[in-house]
Structures are given as C-alpha cells and as structure tokens.
Design a protein around this ligand. Structure first.
Ligand code: AMP
Length: 214
C-alpha cells in the first residue's frame, strides 16, 4: 500500500510517518530528509538545494522527482509513505508515472488539516537530539533533565536552519500557492481523506489508522 501524507510544514507528517514505519513496516520517503542528507554530503544537488531551502522556497521538480525515483527502486515491495512529496501538480503527475512504471499505485492521500498560527509556534520551537534524533520543543516538550536527551542521554541538540519564523512564513505561503492546488487532483479520484491534525499525536494516529484499515 502506497500513501501520501499531505499538509503544511509542521503539520506532523514526519511524526506520523515514523509511527507507520514502526507499526506497519512501511518505508518513509521524505524529500526534505533526502535533500538535507545531500546538503550534509555537500553533493552538487545539496549545494544547489541549500540556498533554496534556506529561503523556504521549493527545490526544482526535476531534482525531487529524481530522488523519489531512486529511492522507490530500493524499497522493493514494501509500502511507501510519501512525506513532503508531491508539493506541486507537476510532482503529483510525475509520481503517478513513477509508480505506474514500477507496477505500484496510490491507495490513500491523507491531508493533515491544521491551523496556520499554531504551525509557526510548533515549527519555530522544535529541536532534536543531535545523536538519536529524538524530537523536542521549547514549550511543549523539553527534556526531563536540562540539556540531556530523554532517550539516549546525549547532550547535543540541533535545530533545522529553515525553522525560523521568516522562512516558515515563506514555506507556508509556498504550501498554499503550490501544494494546496494538488488536493482536487486526488479528491476527484476519491482517494483524498482529511484528518484533523490539531489533536494529540495519538488522536491523529488513530484517525489515520481508521482510514488505512477501512
Ligand atoms: P520539509 O522537510 O518537507 O519541510 O522540506 C524542507 C525543504 O526542502 C522545503 O522547504 C523545500 O525547500 C525542500 N523540499 C522538500 N521536499 C520538496 C519537494 N517535494 N519539492 C520541492 N522542494 C522540497
């Protein structure tokens, strides 16, 4: 089963995708993660993408579609969770092709519906353990012991370069202008489902499970 998690930055797509990976043996394909890895490696794609990502704008369709194609070739028959992809209508059309070429098909597109002001708070406060990646938040989830990761005991934490208010506002505007117009494409096919993304992680997870098991 291949699915898309759609929603603006900070809606909780990554958190929900990780849960589906653990509980259902699916594979998370996050173009944001792939691009950040390319930036860390200092590859030509990474160098090009870094400037665009720091501005909160969208990386070219050609680059992200190529990344998704390469990763789809590696996951064999496990179900894919597309996280942060597609973000434009051109990417949505390209995804149909990439899937068809591999004998795969989208089962569900789940849109996490959220309130934009809450997102700015969620994103600008988030940070994670530099060693194990455990997620934290300045207001909603600080480590139990100051400067010590609850999970691995690490003392180094990191924040994404693009999680500042100015960039977040651009990322939200990009979502409204370029990604929201994809919704009718999937609605017409009858595979689009909305989920209230403002609930707790557990509530959102239960709503997603209900759709996937329907
Ligand atoms: P994310 O981790 O999904 O919030 O993505 C972080 C940044 O990576 C975005 O603000 C874009 O600059 C870039 N990016 C990630 N996925 C895509 C995509 N599908 N299309 C274009 N740019 C993307």
């Amino acid at each position: 089963m291949d699915i898309i998690l759609l929603g603006p930055p900070g809606a909780g797509k990554g958190t929900q995708a990780e849960r589906l990976v653990t509980n259902r043996g699916m594979v998370q394909l996050s173009t944001g993660d792939m691009l950040r890895a390319a930036v860390r490696e200092g590859s030509p794609i990474g160098l090009q993408a870094k400037v665009v990502m720091d501005a909160g704008e969208l990386v070219s369709d050609a680059i992200v579609c190529a990344l998704i194609g390469e990763n789809l070739d590696r996951i064999e028959n496990r179900g894919a969770i597309f996280d942060g992809f597609p973000r434009t209508l051109a990417q949505a059309e390209a995804l149909d092709l990439l899937l068809a070429e591999r004998g795969r098909k989208l089962s569900y597109v789940i849109e996490l519906e959220v309130n934009e002001e809450a997102l700015v708070d969620r994103i600008t406060g988030r940070f994670s353990c530099a060693s194990c990646g455990a997620p934290y938040h300045d207001r909603f989830k600080l480590p139990k012991v100051d400067d010590t990761c609850d999970v691995c005991g690490g003392h180094d934490f990191k924040r994404r370069d693009d999680d500042n208010e100015l960039t977040v506002r651009t990322r939200l505007a990009e979502y409204r202008a370029k990604t929201q117009p994809i919704l009718p494409f999937y609605r017409e096919r009858g595979i689009l489902h909305g989920v209230d993304g403002m609930g707790s992680v557990g509530e959102v997870a239960a709503a997603i499970d209900a759709i996937l098991d329907s």
